[in-house]
Design a protein around this ligand. Structure first.
Ligand code: NAP
Length: 325
């Protein structure tokens, strides 16, 4: 089959389509003929040699896909050859075929095309497992999402609004903020021209927000803590601004704050299967009801994976970028 190979750690130009061995499935796995895969920031970090795949995972990039089942392992009961599915992967999506544990395979949400379904597994599993399952964000509360126009951000806005949450976002341009507003965000903050802590305080009558989903890390830690209200929860999923910083911890005690962080890719199979099942139960109905839509910015053929990475690293996109084998 054809797959995108990281020929050596480096810039987008190291991504090359090559002929490689087909994946071999185990008893608990499903072989998928890939219809589409979607980019994630983690792919660009893997390409640079800084985010190696977990042990046993495919060496090719790609954390999610949609497609058609080509074969099933002998212990797989739910799926059969010919089923249209999407899946959360530990790698290997940038290819014509991929093997995935059956517990990470999902049905195609109703009303979504097979191709666009590739835009959901990673964002849905990341957002649901963090701010909903772990931070217990619930109706009537407030959420601040940094990187509101990102793949993660555009999904977070929609699912949170659907669940009755007041959503604040930050983004780096008026164009991105307007996209966030159109998706339902209530308070849109341009972090390049405004102090988000001051604006959060102003919009919440001085109280602060209940939950923050953060992809910036170090440089935002103190500001995030300063933006949280009593019993507030900060969830960190990325370090785009850096991982090291110094903070004043006294607010944690005074306002009973929680700081948590997690990655999805390195979770064990049972953990991922549990998250996938929760996502199918709670998120898929919201998609079927038209309350959460796939936000696809641009689609590239697999052979243009390097161009797709350049687009993502240039950060001008809103939502997801797809690759089609
Ligand atoms: N922990 C996990 O399991 C997990 C899973 C999936 C994703 N993530 C993380 O979630 C984040 C979003 O992922 P994605 O795939 O949706 O990415 P994406 O679509 O490429 O979006 C990243 C966004 O972050 C903003 N940004 C970039 N550099 C920044 C900086 N230095 N300071 C502030 N904002 C910055 C950019 O928007 P602006 O122009 O507005 O700055 C950009 O839109 C990434 O950090 C990714 O690694 C984590």
């Amino acid at each position: 089959m054809k797959a995108v190979v990281i020929t050596s750690p480096g810039g987008p130009e190291v991504l090359q389509v090559q002929e490689v061995e087909d994946p071999v499935i185990g008893d608990h796995e499903v072989l998928i003929k890939v219809e589409a895969t979607a980019l994630n920031r983690a792919d660009t970090i893997q390409r640079k040699g800084l985010h190696p795949p977990p042990k046993g995972a495919s060496p090719y990039p790609g954390l999610e896909c949609s497609g058609t089942v080509l074969a099933v392992g002998k212990s797989v009961a739910r799926w059969k050859v010919g089923d249209q599915v999407c899946a959360l992967l530990s790698g290997g999506g940038y290819a014509e075929k991929v093997a995935v544990p059956a517990g990470q395979v999902l049905s195609i949400p109703e009303g979504v095309s097979l191709r666009d379904a590739a835009s959901f597994p990673e964002v849905a599993c990341t957002v649901w497992s963090t701010i909903f399952m772990m931070s217990q964000l619930s109706a009537g509360e407030t959420l601040l999402v940094h990187g509101g126009s990102s793949g993660i951000g555009t999904f977070s806005i929609q699912i949170a609004k659907h669940l009755g949450i007041r959503v604040f976002v930050t983004a780096g341009s008026e164009e991105k903020l307007s996209a966030c507003k159109n998706l339902g965000a209530d308070v849109c903050i341009n972090y390049k021209t405004e102090d988000f802590v001051a604006r959060v305080k102003e919009e919440t009558g001085g109280k602060g927000v209940d939950v923050i989903l953060d992809n910036v890390g170090g440089p935002y830690l103190q500001k995030n803590l300063d933006s949280l209200g009593i019993d507030g929860r900060l969830f960190i999923i990325g370090f785009m601004g850096g991982a090291a910083t110094e903070v004043n911890l006294s607010c944690l005690l005074a306002r009973r704050l929680t700081v948590q962080a997690a990655g999805l890719r390195n979770r064990n199979l049972e953990n991922k299967a549990k998250i996938v099942a929760e996502v199918e139960k709670h998120v898929w109905p919201a998609i079927a009801a038209g309350r959460v839509k796939p936000i696809v910015y641009k689609t590239f053929p697999l052979s243009e994976a390097a161009e797709a990475h350049r687009l993502m690293e240039g950060s001008s996109h809103v939502g997801k970028i797809l690759l089609i084998p």
